[in-house]
Design a protein around this ligand. Structure first.
Ligand code: ATP
Length: 362
């Protein structure tokens, strides 16, 4: 019998390349740790559309549900064929279906030249509402035309969503045991009601964690600047969906780009590893995508599974095996061991083969 079942969904653009890499790395590391892991493929995105005429078939959702967790590649947003009944926002629908309310995005630098500039922060982004409420107006988003010259955009902020995402951030700050600081990022001087509610709930949760964990409140514009000027001052950044989307790409730019930053979509009972980057149509199919973001997202998934499995230590061991191999490869001085986006020469396949060698050498 298998100890764990993981659904694997390749997605669009560079998805098949980076997810395949994450899959073989996970398989190799779990075998070397003696864990029986079943990795089951399900179609999604254009791959599913070609077979089923839709991008998120019910059989795929059922398949994911039958597994302990999923690994998902990037999905196109808003550009599927017009007769696809699942458009737009398959990722959003999946998050809603599994109630994956927390998007956790660690940003770490692997800086060979200047180790003292090490950035190590985590962005905790609310994942189910804000300006992405997925309310079925004209196009499925919370936007609509009142007349031919005016668009209204709907922003949804719920008390219960603020409470649970704030709790996730404080729990994470406790577990990280680093600067013990949660920075709640908002724009309450303009979005007084929505961000006012977000801050109100955050302060309540902060009281429970005080004085071990401190809370600071910061406007999103000044946070964007401080991220560039002094990123080391941050520990856990807690924010709403759209601000988190923007700030996490900005933070990724500080440490080498989207190709190395992982993310986990997590709820109470289910989690999905998904790289922070999109489908990268400019490099899709060229075999040069950096698979690190998807691989480190898988490491995050293993950590999440370790708390929910009797064999948790083994999941942690596999996570360490993969992470150590990735970090040592990223710190290598050899250009041939890094992908193009990091100034190297390695293709996705070269990079993956070298990683597999590192894992088998222990
Ligand atoms: P989408 O519309 O799906 O979000 P996009 O191109 O707008 O796609 P990203 O896919 O996030 O946004 O890509 C932004 C830039 O970063 C692109 O130039 C892309 O090539 C690069 N990039 C993203 N992911 C990777 C990766 N894994 N490896 C190398 N480069 C990447």
């Amino acid at each position: 019998m298998n100890d764990c079942k993981i659904a694997v969904l390749k997605g669009d653009g560079i998805g098949p390349e980076v997810v395949e890499s994450a899959k073989v790395v996970l398989k190799a590391a779990s075998e070397s740790a003696g864990l029986l892991m079943e990795l089951i493929d399900f179609p999604i995105g254009m791959e599913a559309y070609r077979v089923f005429g839709r991008t998120l078939p019910p059989s795929t959702l059922e398949g994911m549900k039958s597994c302990d967790a999923s690994i998902l590649g990037p999905l196109q947003t808003g550009s599927y064929p017009s007769d696809d009944k699942d458009s737009p926002m398959s990722s959003g629908k999946i998050r809603k279906y599994f109630d994956l309310y927390a998007n956790i995005r660690p940003v770490r630098s692997f800086n060979r030249e200047k180790p003292n500039t090490k950035i190590d922060l985590v962005i905790v982004r609310e994942n189910t509402e804000d300006f992405f409420p997925n309310i079925n107006l004209h196009k499925g988003y919370g936007e609509f035309w009142t007349d031919k010259n005016t668009v209204l955009s709907l922003r949804v902020i719920r008390r219960s969503s603020c409470e649970r995402i704030a709790r996730t951030a404080f729990e994470l700050a406790s577990a990280r045991n680093k600067r013990k600081l949660v920075t709640a990022v908002h724009k309450s001087n303009v979005l007084a009601e929505g961000d006012g509610l977000f801050l109100e709930e955050t302060r309540k949760v902060a009281k429970e964690f005080s004085p071990q964990i401190s809370l600071e409140e910061k406007l999103v514009d000044s946070t964007a600047m401080e991220l560039v000027m002094n990123p080391k001052r941050f520990d856990v950044i807690l924010t709403t969906n759209l601000f988190g989307d923007i700030l996490s790409d900005e933070a990724a730019g500080l440490v080498g780009g989207l190709g190395i930053c992982p993310s986990l979509n997590a709820g109470k009972d289910y989690a999905i590893a998904q790289a922070v980057h999109g489908t990268a149509p400019d490099i899709a199919g060229k075999g040069i995508a950096n698979p690190v973001s998807e691989i480190l997202s898988t490491v995050m998934l293993l950590e999440w599974l370790s708390f929910r499995n009797a064999d948790g230590l083994r999941f942690k061991e596999i996570a360490r095996i993969i992470e150590n191999a990735v970090v040592s490869q990223l710190l290598s001085q050899n250009q041939d061991e890094r992908t193009l986006d990091l100034g190297g020469n390695a293709s996705t396949q070269d990079f993956t083969s070298m990683l597999l060698r590192r894992i088998s050498d222990g």
